[in-house]
Write a protein that binds this ligand. Structure first.
Ligand SMILES: Nc1ncnc2c1ncn2[C@@H]1O[C@H](COP(=O)(O)OP(=O)(O)OP(=O)(O)O)[C@@H](O)[C@H]1O
Length: 242
């Protein structure tokens, strides 16, 4: 059985079908790229998986158990964590406090010292342990992104959803970011990553799924997808780095 199964997931906003009967699955330990031009439905799909938005129809299953109709907090508790395109850290709190919040509300609902330990482990994994007591508002952009990632990791997910986590980094930071995601993947975490930076997709994802206008147009090995005429046609006319 696949770890995460997306089964004809559909989301309509009034007359617009943003996600249109999308089906694919992720195996335990896999790192899968979710590609597509701007507006193709990638973030909406991430919102459906994480419960930020309810599906119009279809099903999403984690370990065979349906997540359909569940709230975001219930889905986090079930083992799905995400990062947001625009980081959602709380600038007036310390890094530790930012991360403890998700340790408390994540898959294992830690309290007290256990929440602190989980938060510190997550901060260590992203290289921010030595700044645990600093104010989150003082962080550079890359460190805000690291903190956002630590918040997702502190929920101790089985599946991590990354929504353009690498966007906006300079070349040095991008190399560091790719190395960090690779480490997380090698530790066994299952990752679905929305990404426009093809260098990162090639470096990290053996397989990709590609959306266009809400529909899935490819589910194949990355190299073959990037040479697929349907994928190339979807990206033409879009400014994305394809
Ligand atoms: N809350 C919403 N209400 C109405 N329409 C929405 C909403 N969220 C997204 N859409 C529309 O759904 C479509 C898919 O948007 P989505 O943000 O999922 O695309 P995307 O592939 O993530 O794009 P990008 O790469 O630019 O982030 C777009 O036409 C968008 O305008």
């Amino acid at each position: 059985m696949s770890l995460l199964t997306i089964d004809k997931a559909t989301k309509k906003f009034g007359g617009l079908t943003a996600v249109d009967g999308v089906s694919f699955s992720l195996e335990q330990g896999e790192i899968l790229g979710l590609l597509g031009p701007n507006g193709s439905g990638k973030t909406t799909l991430i919102n459906l998986i994480s419960g930020a938005l309810p599906m119009t129809s279809g099903d999403i299953r984690l370990n065979g158990v349906s997540l359909a109709g569940k709230r975001a907090d219930q889905i986090a508790h079930a083992g799905v964590a995400r990062t947001f395109q625009l980081v959602r850290i709380l600038p007036s709190l310390s890094l530790m406090e930012n991360v403890m919040i998700t340790a408390v509300f994540g898959a294992k609902s830690h309290w007290g010292q256990a929440a602190k330990d989980t938060a510190m482990t997550a901060l260590s994994r992203v290289g921010l342990a030595n700044r645990a007591t600093a104010n989150a508002g003082s962080l550079t952009y890359i460190d805000q992104k690291r903190l956002e990632l630590a918040r997702a990791l502190a929920a101790e997910p089985e599946v991590l959803l990354l929504d353009e986590w690498l966007a906006g980094l300079n070349p040095t930071e991008l190399a560091q970011g790719i190395a960090l995601i690779r480490e997380l993947s090698q530790s066994g975490l299952t990752i679905l990553m929305v990404e426009h930076i093809m260098e990162a997709v090639r470096a990290l994802c053996p397989r990709v799924v590609v959306m266009n206008s809400g529909s899935l147009i490819a589910d194949e090995a990355t190299q073959s997808a990037l040479n697929d005429p349907r994928v190339i046609a979807a990206y033409l006319g879009d400014s994305a780095d394809a």
